[in-house]
Design a protein around this ligand. Structure first.
Ligand code: GLY
Ligand code: MN
Ligand code: MN
Length: 465
C-alpha cells in the first residue's frame, strides 16, 4: 500500500462517485482475483484499478461498497498469524477503518452474509459491467435474497447500472497527485531507456553476443532500482526486422551492429503506468536510410505534439502525424506517386496504411491503455458513416473527444517497412516508433517522458558514451 497518500484523497473520490449514484443507489467494487500460474503458484498479484482508485488498498480478497449517502464499507482479509507468516502482512478490518478512512470494515468471510442487507431498500445497484468474471451472478444471488424478504417490507433495487461509465470519466482527468506519480513513473522509465541504449553500444563495442534479453534485463534493473513494482505491460525489445512486428516481445534474437533496436517499455509505479518507445542504432550510429526514416517519424511526432492541446480533438494528433508521414512516404519513394497519386489521395485512400497501421495514441493512467471515452460526451448520437477504402467495412464516426487539461495520452507514430513491390530496398525491414506520454495543460501539453532523448544526434551522442 502506498502510505504516502492521504486517505482523504480516496475519500473525496468515493464521495464524488457517491453523488452520481442517483438518490438512493449503492456501488459495489471488488478488487482483482489472484490468478493461479501452475499448481500452488500464482501470477504476481496486481490489484484492480477501479478498486485502487477508490481505496489506495492493494491487498487481494477485498471489496468496497459505497452508498449514495457516502457511507463506505470495506471487506478485507482478516488478521491471521499463520497466513501472515507465509504471505505477509494483512491490514485487517480493525485497522482498515482508520487507515483507509472507510466507515466500516469487515472480514471478507462476512461478504455474502452482509451484502443483502447493504442492498436492501436501495433503488439501484452500480457495479463495473463485464470486468470481473462471475460478478453479475454473485450480485444476482444477493439480490434474490433481498427479494425473498419483500413480503416483510424490504425493497429490492430495481435498476442496475454500469459503474465503469462514472469511474472512467473521473479517471480520465488526472488530479495533481496522479500527475505527480505519472511523472515519477515516466522518469524511471526514461532512465531505463537511456540505460538500455548505453548498454547496447557498450556491449557491441566489447564484442558481446548481444541479445534482446540483455537489453530487457537493463530495463528491468532500472525499473526495480527506481522502486517500481511492475512493468506496465510486456516489454518489447525488437532487433532489426523484429521491430516490424507490432506486438513483438523481448526474446533471444541477436542484436547486430548496423541494425536498429526498437524498445517499447514502461514501468508501473504506485499503480500508474508509463509507456515509452525509443528506436536507436544498436551500435550508436544511424545509417543514411535509417536516419532518413527516423527523422521523418520524429517530425510526425512533433506535428502530433503540436496538435495536442486543449480544445483539439483526440484524433487531431493522429491526423497531424499521418499527414507528415504520408508526405514523407511520397518524398522518400516508399510510395510511388505514379501509383498512389497526391498527398490527399494517400490520406483519403489510406495508402499510408502499408507502413503505418496503428493509431497515434491512447489514454494512459493507472492502466497503460487507460479508461475513458474516446467520444465527446453529449455528442455520442452524432454519427457519420464512411466506407473503409481498404476493408470495405462501414465505419461509424462519432465526434472524437475534446482534449482538456488533466487528460493524459501517448503520442506514438511509427513506420514499419516490410519488403514489397516497389518498396526501395534500402528501407527494407526498418521499423521505427517514437512514443512519449503527454499530460494536457492549459497551454498545450507536457511531455513527461523526455528524460529519454529523441533527437537522432542526441541519441548518437549518448551512445558514444
Ligand atoms: N506499449 C503499448 C502501447 O504502446 O500501446
Ligand atoms: Mn508503448
Ligand atoms: Mn502506447
Amino acid at each position: 500500500m502506498n502510505t504516502n497518500v492521504p486517505t482523504s484523497l480516496y475519500a473525496q473520490r468515493r464521495a464524488r462517485m457517491a453523488r452520481q449514484l442517483g438518490g438512493n443507489g449503492v456501488a459495489i467494487v471488488p478488487t482483482a482475483p489472484e490468478r493461479p500460474r501452475n499448481r500452488d503458484s500464482d501470477f504476481l498479484y496486481r490489484h484492480d484499478s477501479y478498486f485502487y482508485y477508490l481505496t489506495g488498498f492493494t491487498e487481494p480478497n477485498a471489496w468496497l461498497v459505497v452508498a449514495a449517502d457516502g457511507t463506505s464499507t470495506l471487506f478485507c482479509q482478516p488478521k491471521d498469524t499463520e497466513r501472515e507468516i507465509w504471505d505477509g502482512f494483512r491490514l485487517g478490518p480493525e485497522a482498515a477503518t482508520a487507515a483507509l478512512g472507510v466507515n466500516e470494515a469487515h472480514p471478507i468471510g462476512e461478504l455474502d452474509a452482509r451484502l443483502p442487507k447493504l442492498l436492501e431498500n436501495k433503488a439501484s445497484v452500480w457495479f463495473p459491467f463485464a470486468t470481473h468474471a462471475g460478478l453479475e451472478q454473485r450480485i444476482a444471488g444477493w439480490l434474490s435474497q433481498v427479494r425473498s424478504r419483500v413480503r416483510y417490507g424490504a425493497l429490492c433495487p430495481e435498476e442496475q447500472h454500469d459503474l465503469c461509465a462514472v469511474l472512467d470519466e473521473m479517471r480520465l482527468f488526472k488530479d495533481p497527485h496522479e500527475q505527480d506519480v505519472m511523472r515519477r513513473a515516466a522518469a524511471i522509465s526514461a532512465r531505463a531507456h537511456v540505460r538500455a541504449m548505453k548498454a547496447s553500444a557498450r556491449m557491441l563495442r566489447e564484442g558481446h553476443d548481444l541479445r534482446e534479453y540483455h537489453l530487457d534485463a537493463e530495463l528491468l534493473h532500472e525499473f526495480r532500482a527506481g522502486g517500481s513494482q511492475y512493468t506496465a505491460y510486456g516489454s518489447i525489445v525488437a532487433a532489426g526486422a523484429n521491430a516490424c512486428v507490432l506486438h513483438y516481445r523481448a526474446d533471444a534474437a541477436p542484436i547486430r551492429p548496423g541494425e536498429l533496436v526498437l524498445i517499447d517499455a514502461g514501468c508501473e509505479l504506485d499503480g500508474y503506468a508509463s509507456d515509452i518507445t525509443r528506436t536507436f542504432p544498436a551500435d550508436g550510429k544511424f545509417t543514411g536510410p535509417q536516419r532518413t526514416l527516423y527523422d521523418l517519424v520524429l517530425a510526425s511526432q512533433q506535428a502530433a505534439v503540436d496538435a495536442t492541446k486543449p480544445g483539439a480533438r483526440f484524433t487531431d494528433p493522429h491526423d497531424a502525424a499521418v499527414k507528415v508521414l504520408a508526405q514523407g512516404m511520397l518524398d522518400t519513394g516508399l510510395l510511388d506517386r505514379n501509383k498512389v497519386g497526391t498527398l490527399d489521395d494517400v490520406i483519403e485512400k489510406r495508402a499510408y496504411f502499408q507502413f503505418y497501421m496503428h493509431r497515434t495514441g491512447h489514454w494512459i493512467g493507472m492502466d497503460v491503455h487507460d479508461a475513458g471515452s474516446y467520444v465527446e460526451p453529449g455528442q455520442t448520437g452524432e454519427v457519420s458513416e464512411r466506407k473503409d477504402p481498404l476493408s470495405g467495412e462501414v465505419i461509424k464516426n462519432r465526434p472524437s473527444r475534446i482534449l482538456r487539461p488533466g487528460m493524459a495520452l501517448t503520442i506514438e507514430p511509427g513506420l514499419y517497412v516490410r519488403p514489397g513491390e516497389g518498396v526501395p530496398e534500402a528501407f527494407h525491414h526498418i521499423g521505427i516508433r517514437i512514443e512519449d506520454d503527454a499530460i494536457v495543460t492549459p497551454e498545450g501539453c507536457e511531455l513527461i517522458t523526455r528524460g529519454a532523448p529523441v533527437k537522432a544526434d542526441e541519441i548518437e551522442a549518448l551512445m558514444r558514451g
